[in-house]
Design a protein around this ligand. Structure first.
Ligand code: DGT
Ligand code: CA
Ligand code: CA
Ligand code: ZN
Length: 581
């Protein structure tokens, strides 16, 4: 069993203990161990084999024994004991927003509710409202939660999908029979969430069976759902499905183009091909035999790569991120496609948290991580005072942080930290620091973190007030959505984008894979209105800085060129831009 499999089981054991009402310290130990196993730099598998797991902080004797069993036998006795008497449906129930192990265990004991279906029935029949700790409101929220869950449960965050995909892609790629091999589908188009992983490869014919075997036998595969000569399908340990298609090298560009999608984009390209007298599918172009013209039809076109395919239908190459049939084909025809921002254009970022508020790494560690990424600057933005749940900074602590930033900046060569804050937009639209404090920052990110339950008109008014505040540099995670978990609060994005344009404010693409907010469909509108975009990781760890890559994907989907993105500018230009505000 691999690391992520072990981490999942430890986590499940923690939850099982919670469901059984065990000592909270014990269940927490398992949850913590799960996080430890997936994040420590040490080789957990090797340590397990040499019985040295307890040298890792947070792994005690008991948990070490479980891990060793999992590594050696792929299962653990204690885990199986814990599972006894716990219906698997309880785990599904815990995915409903607002339902934790305590409530689920209670519903199980009191009402024998063992699945989402039974829960839904009971809630609809009004059978929960009388129970201890449950009211009409809870009942309504449960029904709402079930609806949300159904809508989202078959999709995954891009970070989860990408991690799982790259692991198995690298393995397949390493086979000597492989000629070309790439990710296709929504992952290649950098969609905000992913349904399943699509891999396309070309290979020498005699190697295909061995490659398929390697794919279906990969350690991250938990179930094989199809195995054939051209296509195999598996379920990975993260629960995500993955398809591998193997074609000849001549077919490869066509298969890539087809399986990258989107479906809507494909349909358009196919009809362009038809206009030229070809039929196009995942294997190639072939001549359409027109009536009365038999024998005179065109010969099939050979294409070495996707650019050749677009050229054959009279278009310049269209980047995968744009392939949504959202106007890209018309633009391509006019030769006016945007020159999209690239990961390599990024020179720094804003909106990062440190140990001053709820981040895990110190100022210095965050700076060092940014330097290691080759960046010229990093904008620190810890939480403001009202955010006590996130250890928000008081005015006094802001002063101390600024002293530390000044001291650190004095030690850097060609790198600087910008002083910022993620300041709460209070319910009445005012900012959570006095003007005198706000004016001490190099930049201010304004975000809503509380009181989401407002009408659209109220929320829009609240945020508009922040846009008009002269101390505010940029808006953070505009809708507050958490992908696959929580819809954003209702807000008139169009009006806010217009105001940002009028008042010269930046809007962030929050690059955290759970957020990706501003949504790319709105990024496009912001860019049209010449609103500057900042791609911010909202990272709470040093490693989280690299989440910027997901934001770059969203920026590209939103048709951002390099010039549209604040953090493609060098430190000097950024510094000038921030001062003018
Ligand atoms: P996902 O997996 O839901 O995140 O989204 P995709 O875009 O990866 O969709 P998926 O995996 O169902 O199919 C991969 C690509 O294959 C899709 O983007 C376009 C192509 N494709 C699939 N079914 C059809 C179809 O019926 N017609 C056409 N033209 N293309 C299709
Ligand atoms: Ca897919
Ligand atoms: Ca697929
Ligand atoms: Zn925030």
């Amino acid at each position: 069993m691999d690391r992520s499999g072990i981490a999942d089981i430890l986590d499940e054991m923690g939850t099982l203990l919670e469901l059984k009402g065990a000592n909270p310290f014990k269940s927490r130990a398992f949850h913590n161990a799960s996080r430890t196993v997936s994040s420590v730099p040490e080789d957990v598998i090797a340590l397990a084999k040499s019985e040295r797991l307890t040298t890792i902080k947070g792994i005690g004797e008991g948990i070490a024994k479980v891990i060793t069993e999992l590594v050696e036998h792929g299962r653990s006795k204690e885990h199986e004991e814990l599972k006894k008497g716990i219906p698997p449906g309880l785990f599904d129930m815990m995915k409903i927003q607002g339902l934790g192990p305590k409530k689920v265990a209670f519903l199980f004991r009191q009402k024998k509710i063992t699945s989402i279906e039974k829960l839904e029935k009971a809630a609809k029949a009004g059978e929960l409202a009388g129970l201890e700790g449950f009211g009409r409101k809870t009942e309504q929220n449960i029904l709402l939660g079930i609806e949300q869950l159904r809508k989202h449960s078959s999709r995954f965050h891009i970070s989860t999908a990408e991690k799982a995909a790259l692991e198995i892609l690298d393995a397949v790629k390493s086979h000597p029979g492989i000629m070309r091999c790439e990710l296709a589908g929504s992952l290649r188009r950098r969609k905000e969430t992913i349904g399943d992983i699509d891999i396309v490869a070309s290979a020498r014919k005699n190697a295909v069976p061995a490659i398929m075997k390697m794919f279906t036998g990969h350690p991250s595969v938990t179930r094989v759902t199809g195995e054939g000569e051209t296509k195999s399908s598996v379920v990975l340990s993260s629960g995500i499905n993955c398809d591998l298609r193997i074609v000849t090298d001549a077919e490869f560009p066509f298969a890539m183009n087809y399986f990258t999608g989107s479906k809507e984009h494909n349909v358009r390209i196919r009809s362009l091909a038809r206009e030229k007298g070809w039929s196009l599918n995942e294997y190639g172009f072939s001549a359409v035999e027109e009536e009365g013209k038999r024998g005179t039809s065109k010969r099939a076109v050979k294409c070495r790569d996707e650019a050749d395919i677009y050229k054959a239908v009279g278009l310049p190459y269209i980047a995968p991120e744009l392939r949504e049939d959202a106007g890209e084909i018309e633009r391509a025809k006019e030769g006016r496609l945007p020159e999209l921002v690239e990961e390599g254009d990024i020179r720094g970022t804003f909106h990062c948290h440190t140990t001053y508020s709820d981040g895990r790494n110190t100022l210095k560690e965050m700076a060092e991580a940014a330097i290691a990424l080759g960046w010229e600057y990093l904008g620190i933005a810890d939480h403001s005072q009202v955010a006590t749940y996130a250890n928000g900074l008081t005015e006094e602590r802001v002063r101390r942080q600024h002293e530390e930033i000044d001291a650190l900046n004095a030690t850097f060569n060609k790198f600087r930290l910008f002083k910022g804050s993620e300041v709460d937009i209070l319910p009445d639209g005012s900012m959570d620091f006095r003007d005198a404090v706000l004016s001490r920052f190099d930049f201010v990110v304004a975000s809503v973190h509380s009181q989401f339950k407002m009408t659209e008109a109220e929320m829009t008014k609240r945020i508009l007030k922040a846009v008009k505040n002269k101390h505010v540099t940029m808006l953070g995670h505009l809708t507050g959505r958490l992908l696959l978990e929580r819809e954003g609060y209702p807000v008139n994005q169009s009006e806010i984008i217009q105001a940002a344009a009028d008042y010269g404010k930046v809007i962030e693409i929050n690059a955290h894979p759970m957020r990706l907010d501003l949504d790319w469909r709105w990024v496009r509108i912001a860019v049209e209105k010449k609103v500057m975009i900042s791609i911010n990781p909202d990272s709470h760890t040093a490693t989280g800085l690299s989440d910027v890559r997901y934001g770059v994907g969203i920026a590209r989907k939103g048709w951002c060129a390099k010039k549209d993105v604040l953090n493609t500018r060098n430190a000097k230009d950024v510094s000038k831009l921030l001062k003018n505000e």
